[in-house]
Design a protein around this ligand. Sequence first.
Ligand SMILES: Nc1nc2c(ncn2[C@@H]2O[C@H](COP(=O)(O)OP(=O)(O)O)[C@@H](O)[C@H]2O)c(=O)[nH]1
Ligand SMILES: [Mg+2]
Ligand SMILES: [Zn+2]
Length: 374
Amino acid sequence: MSSDESVDSEDVSEERSAVAPSLEALGWREEFSRAYAEWSIAGTLCARVLSERRGVLFLAAEAGELQARVPGRILNAPRAEQPVVGDWVVVSPGEGEDPGIVEGVLPRQTVIARQGAGRATHRQTIAANVDTVFVVMGMDGDFNLRRLERLLVVAWDGGAQPVVVLNKLDLAPDPEGKRAAAEAVSAGAPVVGLSALEGREIEVLDPYLIPAQTVALIGSSGVGKSTLINQLAGHEVARTGEVRERDDRGQHTTTHRELLRLPCGSLLIDNPGIREVAGFDAAAGLARAFNDIEELAAGCRFGDCTHRQEPGCAVLAAVEEGDLDASRFAHYQELEKEQAAQRARTDVQARSNTKRRWKEIHKAMRKHPKRRWD
Ligand SMILES: Nc1nc2c(ncn2[C@@H]2O[C@H](COP(=O)(O)OP(=O)(O)O)[C@@H](O)[C@H]2O)c(=O)[nH]1
Ligand SMILES: [Mg+2]
Ligand SMILES: [Zn+2]
């Protein structure tokens, strides 16, 4: 990253904090008011998380932007309880320039979650309070219907409404064909095509860019999420391209915001953590993303039909007759298997947690033999 670019992002943040938006403009809702009313810590305020770096949050509040530290009590809590971009947090502000202290996270309306990396069994929330998810995919070599299905499962599972954004229209030899193919697997989610780089057809997003509503962009690296955000913002607010994103990690990017407010008042989340969304346990999202198959399954002769070889299977019949695409069905089965495996791993982990807790209790009992535990 060249030095003038980092200056650029400084300028942007200053501009933004000069005009402090109301909490409503930042996405505040009635539900948060109700949750906050239960907090009895005097002198606290509510703020929205713009980004998070090593236990320090960059926040937007009614009085402007501020920073706050996440205390050990919260850092040591289960991962799902830790603040992420888009969250609303309760903060005790610091004196003068000192960062504030995060007291807690208000209950989330929606989430974008993925399964933890490697053998981790916990779900990792990567963004919160998202109304709309732009599922971004390139119409170039990146175009992949199976990946699209997977991303739609993730979007729906967290409670947000997905919109499929097919980018790189300028590189697509057959954009209408791509669009039709995407529509066939999108289970009712709108599908739009545009070129973020050229700004072509960008206005197709207007209906989804609503003031005070939050849009998160998900999709593989390189599909043009940051380019799209810059195009919508009208100037460079997000870093684009592989090389610079890698630079990002090595440098002090304290002014980098993942949640941005567009001139139209809509809120956008460009989170590097949302790039890869792998292996998950997302039953609700799976059912929604493949509602065509779930509907067919209602017509199977047996209630517990696995759609493999049972007589009277309506799903297999649909594949046979060409009403259901065989590769879509195969992918559905694959995701279902993945999910069952994930659930089994989670169960094992839950059992060992219980065992560990009891061990600790027994140890404590030995230490305090006179204490009553009933
Ligand atoms: N041809 C073309 N290239 C694009 C388009 N949108 C983005 N790109 C390029 O794709 C690369 C990755 O874009 P970036 O926005 O960083 O992707 P991200 O990883 O999803 O944030 C960059 O080189 C962009 O210039 C587009 O609509 N058309
Ligand atoms: Mg990017
Ligand atoms: Zn069946």
